[in-house]
Design a protein around this ligand. Structure first.
Ligand code: IPM
Ligand code: MN
Length: 355
């Protein structure tokens, strides 16, 4: 039995509910693949901040660093000023652990309702992945405000793009495109306006392209990309883009492929100098927290991405197959969070379709 250590950060709102279902499903798949998951749970988020004023103490960060992977639920709560937990905890983890590839796959599973239905005649197979840069861009906190509260207030958030940071994420995106059947990479930016960063990204893609001759590349301005995501998402294979564009595009991508209840993500450190972190794309949804109304599917699929990262692709496929079967059978009656998790765990354990 191979043992993997997981740092579990359930976090805020619906985070604990969906994370617990993801763990149930991971356990259901573990034995058959001769692995075991040992977990340490970390109490981080709004509760801890209110109790102690801490977001991510140095000692906790160092402990988390010692694990094989991190499973995270959701971070953010209306009782905490906006940005405190997002920056102090979630983004801090992404930055400190060098999660420069924020991997966000979108796949339209059969039977999933989509706002595209009816408006697109032949939508083809929607199966693409956004490689969102995770450690730079406007997220780094390079900015400030002066004359705050006056009519002359000036606020800046400077987007940071380094040749090093752009090149490593672009190279990763090329490698992913190379490994996929269609071998297509689309750079999304806004280089007609953001000329400094935009040209760095474009030049980098053109340069790295020479190392991947069988990958075709194209370029879209981000505004145009939103049109295609809504009208013809099947055209995309791998998209590479900066931190903020990637944030926005992946919510749209989730919306057209069944909603954020299904969207999984991995904050990946491809160099494995620190553990990667897997989390649903959705937030903490405080309005439905504690009511067992949240769909745990995105958290469960994030567990599948975690398995893939740990080198367990067959175990990961067991989960995605079980999810696909569960989705195909979903009726219109709402199920409780744990009902969804248990149904998927049962399919995983049985290795067969039930119900
Ligand atoms: C996401 C979220 C985060 C982001 C927030 C909560 C900081 O929207 O994971 O997409 O902007 O990256
Ligand atoms: Mn987001």
């Amino acid at each position: 039995t191979t043992r993997f250590s997981l740092a579990v950060v359930p976090g805020d709102g619906i985070g604990p509910e969906v994370t617990s279902q993801a763990l149930t499903v991971l356990d259901a798949v573990a034995a058959d693949h001769d692995v075991a998951f040992e977990r340490t749970e970390y109490d981080l988020g709004a509760r801890r901040w209110h109790a102690t004023g801490e977001t991510l103490p140095e000692t906790v960060l160092e402990e988390i660093r010692g694990h094989d992977a991190i499973l995270l639920g959701a971070i953010g709560d209306p009782s905490v000023p906006s940005g405190v937990l997002e920056r102090g905890l979630l983004l801090r983890l992404r930055f400190e652990l060098d999660h420069y590839v924020n991997l966000r796959p979108s796949k339209l599973y059969p039977g999933v309702p989509t706002p595209l239905a009816g408006s697109v005649t032949d939508r083809g197979d929607i199966d693409f992945v956004v490689v969102r840069e995770g450690t730079e861009g406007p997220y780094v906190g390079n900015g400030g405000a002066i004359r705050v509260g006056t009519p002359h207030e000036m606020a800046t958030e400077v987007s940071v793009n380094t040749a090093f940071g752009v090149e490593r994420v672009v190279r990763d995106a090329f490698a992913r495109a190379q490994a996929r059947p269609r071998k297509k990479l689309t750079l999304v930016h806004k280089n007609n306006v953001l000329v400094h960063a935009g040209h760095l990204w474009k030049r980098t893609v053109d340069a790295v392209a020479t190392e991947f001759p069988d990958v075709t590349t194209d370029y879209l301005h981000v505004d145009a990309a939103t049109i295609f995501l809504a009208t013809d998402p099947a055209r995309f294979d791998v998209i590479v883009t900066d931190n903020l564009f990637g944030d926005i595009l992946t919510d749209l991508a989730a919306a057209v492929t069944g909603g954020i209840g299904l969207a999984a993500s991995g904050n990946v450190n491809p160099d494995r100098t620190a553990p990667s972190m897997f989390e649903p794309v959705h937030g903490s949804a405080p309005d439905i927290a504690g009511q067992s109304k949240a769909d745990p599917t995105a958290a469960i699929l994030s567990g599948a991405l975690l398995l893939e990262h740990l080198g367990l692709p067959e175990a990961a496929a067991r989960i995605t197959t079980a999810v696909e079967a569960d989705i195909a059978d979903r009726g219109t009656t709402a199920r409780r969070t744990e009902e969804v998790g248990e149904a998927i765990a049962a399919r995983v354990a049985g290795g067969v379709a039930v119900g």
